[in-house]
Design a protein around this ligand. Structure first.
Ligand code: ZN
Length: 263
């Protein structure tokens, strides 16, 4: 039985003003891009990056000829959370050498919604400096909001800094997608069984969507925010069998041909 595991998932504030601010960011401050896909695209993404996401997650993707996006917060490097070890600095060149993408997840994993512009910019700058000091190739263009929580003001700054940003709101990206708050689907054993997996892949195929999976640890007996090697393997096998292209976020954005529209 795991101790209360990964990861930092309860960070969003649930008071009414915070919820209204998040809704305003989601609905009123969109950065629409018109997706143009001949076939569905699927991205596998890993937040916080416990070592099992590399040991098992990267390996499983590679075995199927696929690559993923790993959102790193430099402040978590070499640290632990309960029974979990996070990534270490040498994982950055390891992932890049193998063709994976390294994305930004802030430096210290704060609730972005609580930060003013100066502190948010510091988080972006510090993480970029950390990543590129470890490996100059690790210039991040993709971002994931810690806890998925972003408000109206922070979203604009994030959109200026990153080509694409992923939240945690459930859904498929189709038509005019919001490049500053892309929808995603939890790849968690406790949320997605085989039937659910087939349903979401089927819907992605029917709608020619960009489907973004996200998870944390990848291990036997995963945390409530993680998946088993079996579920990840099944997901990869099934999206490939369904004719989907698998690509990291940066590449998927290019494949989707997203061209920014005025608001
Ligand atoms: Zn996180």
């Amino acid at each position: 039985m795991n101790a209360r595991p990964v990861i930092l998932a309860e960070g969003a504030n649930h008071d009414l003003p915070s919820r209204i601010d998040r809704a305003a960011a989601l609905w009123l401050r969109r950065y629409p891009v018109q997706l143009s896909l001949d076939r569905p695209v699927v991205s596998f993404t890993f937040d916080d990056v416990p070592d099992s996401a590399i040991i098992n997650g990267a390996r499983i993707l590679e075995q199927q000829g696929c690559r993923g996006t790993f959102y790193l917060a430099g402040g978590l490097a070499g640290g632990t959370f309960g029974p979990y070890n996070f990534f270490v600095p040498s994982d950055v060149p390891y992932l890049l050498d193998r063709g994976h993408e390294v994305g930004c997840h802030t430096f210290s994993h704060p609730v972005v919604q609580t930060l003013d512009a100066r502190r948010l910019a510091e988080e972006f700058d510090r993480n970029r400096q950390w990543l590129t000091a470890v490996d100059p190739r690790a210039e991040p263009v993709s971002f994931a909001y810690p806890y998925g929580a972003v408000g109206f003001s922070q979203k604009a700054l994030t959109a200026r800094r990153f080509a694409n940003s992923r939240g945690v709101r459930h859904g498929l990206n189709t038509g005019k997608a919001d490049r500053a708050q892309l929808l995603a689907v939890q790849l968690y054993d406790c949320r997605l069984d085989e039937k659910g997996l087939d349903e979401v892949i089927g819907e992605a195929v029917r709608s020619n969507a960009w489907l973004v999976f996200y998870t944390h640890d990848v291990q036997e007996g995963p945390s409530e925010h993680g998946c088993s090697p079996r579920l990840l393997s099944q997901a990869v096998e099934r999206v490939l069998a369904a004719g989907c292209t698998v690509a990291p976020m940066r590449e998927a954005m290019a494949i989707a041909g997203g061209t920014e529209k005025p608001h």
